[in-house]
Design a protein around this ligand. Structure first.
Ligand code: PXP
Length: 247
């Protein structure tokens, strides 16, 4: 039975800690709770400006995560050398701008294939699986395959923000990008802006194998607790799966 894997992004826990410069709340503890509730992967983004996750978090998580550690990073020397040293199970290359609230767009792969291929090769040589976070665009997915990526994570943020007919169009773009990824032999993940309502339609896309979700789960965790928030998301994803198979 196909079950979509859930990667939980615990960056927001670190954001709260950094707001006061305290030692709590600890994203390492959050990651353990997520795993105990059934998460299949822990995702963290080590940003160049270290606004939330710190190098210390990544190094400890490498020792404590029992499922899969997915490190999101931009292609800059500082974080690349940390990644090659820490060796997460999966590295997801994302674009990064200091002014942004969160990752705003997919990685520019088309037209930058030599540069991206070099980074992919360097991470793979360190024994790390590589995923590229790209816009829901078939050309970007095809370019990712040419760069040697083993996975693409399709940016669902545009879909999450769209409404009505526009949202249906965005979902179609995700579907086309997902089928291109699978056709080219890559694993297909999706993420950004997914919540307890809009993730249902993404779960119904046959080629999607993994979702990475942060904000919605952390927001719910405030009220129901971390483990309950993760369990509710997994239940929703499984429910959607059952419905999809019954169609
Ligand atoms: N996937 C990627 C590549 C991301 O950069 C982020 C945000 O850090 C997420 C998934 C999770 O997005 P959200 O917090 O909106 O669920």
């Amino acid at each position: 039975m196909r079950r979509i894997r859930l990667g939980v992004n615990v960056d927001h826990v670190a954001t709260l800690r950094q707001a006061r410069g305290t030692t709590y709340p600890d994203p390492v503890l959050a990651a353990g709770l997520c795993e105990m509730a059934g998460a299949d992967q822990v995702t963290v983004h080590l940003r160049e400006d270290r606004r939330h996750i710190q190098e210390r978090d990544v190094r400890i998580l490498r020792q404590t995560v029992q499922t899969v550690l997915n490190l999101e990073l931009a292609a800059n020397e500082d974080v690349l050398s940390i990644a090659c040293d820490v060796k997460p199970d999966l590295a997801t290359l994302v674009p990064e701008r200091r002014q942004e609230l969160t990752t705003e767009g997919g990685l520019a792969v088309v037209g930058r294939e030599t540069e991206v291929s070099d980074v992919v090769a360097r991470l793979k040589a360190a024994g790390i699986r590589v995923s590229l976070f790209v816009n829901p665009d078939v050309e970007a997915v095809e370019a990712s395959a040419r760069c040697g990526a083993q996975q693409v994570e399709i940016h669902t943020g545009f879909y999450a923000e769209a409404r009505g007919a526009e949202q249906a169009l965005e979902l179609k773009r995700i579907r086309l990008a997902a089928s291109a990824g699978a056709r080219l032999g890559m694993s297909v993940a999706a993420g950004h802006g997914l919540d307890y309502v809009n993730s249902r339609a993404v779960c119904a896309i046959h080629q999607v194998e993994e979702l990475n979700i942060g904000h919605a789960i952390m927001g719910r965790a405030f009220f129901v607790g971390m483990q309950e928030a993760v369990r509710e998301m997994i239940a929703l994803m499984s429910e959607e799966e059952v419905r999809h198979r019954a169609r």
